[in-house]
Write a protein that binds this ligand. Structure first.
Ligand code: ZN
Length: 461
């Protein structure tokens, strides 16, 4: 591990100004870790460039000195990728923030990497447009981090992951070279699509500084419904029916198994419980309404038909924004619920819907053998094949044994990360989801683009 000699920090202060290089007491009060349970160590310094040119100057000097850096956005990742390791400098994009331009005709927006996701949402909404990526951390995560991790979230079933919503990028390579590829066109097959090298590669191949985003029409309303079902089969049927009946306007289908739902109901729900009885599974549906009356009628008719057919045991449709927010809180308050359950280990896995029921049975049985009756909390984006599992531990040291159960049963058909990325937490398991030739190609790209290994070393690979 190379240490940062004081002369490098002095040079960096020369490039960024004194307020651009925080050290000592100035960084003690800051949070350094992303929101995982890994213990964080403070970086040697926090670098805060205000422009692409300043990012380039930082990387040029760190490349020359062989100084490793960790790139930081909103610190809301859940894979430990932005948490500093000993000897690293932190490169924070917090001052490289702001929307640069919105083109309502092309439905595009150009934005700086450090812009919080909710600011992107507001800027789009001012033009009756939406940026369709949405997730619980919208107030603190940044668009640069969303792109670097190819974030998923709640509307993937309708709009795809972040990758589908990015048209162009400006990136600084490890040696300080600025690659400006701020394409604004939907169609552009002129050579390699270079932005894909940086989307979802978790800051290991370059630092994203600006992006051109693809926008969509803003719906007039979002309809929310909560349905209760008694079996996984019924839940899959409801998904299929909802997708068919609501055409392209079903924007979320969030599943919650009863242990998770009851916990959320007890700890975060306000007002009367949505259902009087307890059910096996629940799904939160969101429908984008462009003609609200017509779509509400269609949703209610669908739910009535599914109840009639015995597929849905009970259902409620939110009658106001407040009711909708109360229902969404059951799904989105995961962070605060989990804080009370530590020590725990959380998973973000992907697998075909057809194999989910059998998979959960195997994992449940193995977990019971190992850990007795500790509850397994399950929720996730069913339409995307993405489940989140949370296992409470007797001791933090049990995490590896749980990893073996959850990941071991996925080998050969699932992914150890659906949307959070590999970071440092899942490095040991990458080989379960990727073949040797795939990992070798990832290493080839890493060494070609970052030959001195200064960008987010030890993450992903
Ligand atoms: Zn998720």
């Amino acid at each position: 591990m190379t240490s940062a000699p004081n002369s490098l920090l002095a040079d960096l202060a020369g490039e960024l100004g004194a307020s651009g290089v925080l050290v000592g007491a100035d960084i003690n009060a800051r949070s350094h870790a992303d929101s995982t349970c890994i213990a964080a160590c403070a970086p040697r310094a926090v670098l805060r460039p205000r422009s692409t040119a300043e990012v380039a100057a930082v990387l040029r000097r760190c490349h020359a000195a062989g100084q490793p850096l960790v790139v930081q956005g909103g610190l809301t990742g859940l894979a430990g990728g932005a948490t500093p390791r000993p000897g690293e400098l932190a490169l924070s994009l917090e001052r490289l923030s702001g929307v640069e331009a919105v083109d309502p005709d092309a439905a595009t927006m150009q934005v700086r990497a450090g812009t919080p996701l909710n600011v992107v949402h507001e800027a789009a909404a001012a033009h009756a447009l939406q940026f369709a990526l949405d997730l619980g951390a919208r107030g603190s995560c940044t668009i640069g981090g969303n792109i670097a991790t190819n974030a998923g979230g709640n509307r993937v079933i309708r709009y795809g992951m972040t990758r589908e919503l990015v048209l162009g990028l400006e990136v600084v390579l490890a040696d300080g070279t600025v690659v400006t590829s701020l394409n604004t066109m939907l169609k552009n097959n002129a050579g390699y699509d270079l932005k894909q090298l940086f989307i979802g590669t978790e800051g290991t191949l370059g630092v994203i500084t600006r992006a051109v985003l693809r926008l969509h029409p803003l719906p007039r309303e979002r309809l929310t419904a909560l349905v209760a079902v008694e079996s996984f089969d019924a839940l899959v049927n409801v998904l299929r029916e909802a997708r068919a009946t609501l055409a392209g306007q079903l924007s979320s289908f969030e599943a919650m198994w009863s242990e998770y739902f009851e916990l959320a109901l007890a700890r975060v729900h306000t007002g009367a419980a949505p259902f009087t009885a307890r059910h096996a599974l629940y799904a939160l549906l969101e429908v984008e309404a462009f003609e609200p009356g017509a779509e509400a009628t269609r949703l209610e008719a669908l739910l009535a038909r599914l109840i009639e057919a015995g597929l849905v045991a009970d259902a409620v449709v939110a009658r106001s924004l407040e009711e909708s927010a109360r229902l969404w809180r059951l799904r989105e308050s995961v962070g605060e619920l989990l804080a009370e359950l530590r020590p725990l280990t959380a998973f973000d896995i992907s697998l075909p819907i057809a194999r989910m029921a059998a998979y959960l049975e195997v994992v449940g049985a193995r977990a019971r053998t190992l850990f007795g009756d500790r509850p397994l909390y399950i929720f996730g984006h069913l339409g995307d094949g993405n489940l989140h599992l949370v296992v409470t531990l007797r001791a933090a040291g049990d995490a590896h044994a749980v990893d073996e159960v959850v990941y071991g049963a996925l080998a050969g058909f699932g992914s150890v990360s659906a949307e959070h990325g590999i970071g440092v937490l899942k490095r040991d398991w990458l080989g379960l989801s990727r073949g040797a030739a795939e990992i070798a190609l990832m290493r080839t790209l890493k060494s070609a683009l970052d030959p001195r290994g200064i960008l987010n070393p030890g993450r992903v690979l």
